[in-house]
Design a protein around this ligand. Structure first.
Ligand SMILES: [Zn+2]
Length: 82
């Protein structure tokens, strides 16, 4: 397991967990990535990704590899109800 620095927001303890990431690029929703290793602050929930993980996510999200499954999600503007 990798070591993470303390949370830069709250100084909480950051521990590596496997998270699901809604991967976006340039405002576009590209992919859902599962089992991504990320440091998660045990206090506030902020997630931290290592540089190599960020690179791997980018590669995976932009690859034309056959994905496990596809989902279609509706997009709502929250402004209209808030
Ligand atoms: Zn925190």
């Amino acid at each position: 397991m990798k070591k993470y620095n303390k949370c830069s927001l709250c100084k909480g303890k950051v521990i590596e967990e496997r998270v699901t990431v809604d991967y976006r690029w340039g405002g576009k929703f590209l992919a859902v990535l599962e089992d991504v290793p990320a440091g998660v602050c045990q206090n506030c929930g902020e997630e931290y990704y290592r540089a190599e993980v960020v690179k791997a996510m980018e590669k995976l999200a932009k690859s034309k590899k056959k994905s496990k499954a596809k989902i279609m999600v509706p997009i709502y503007s929250f402004k209209k109800v808030a």
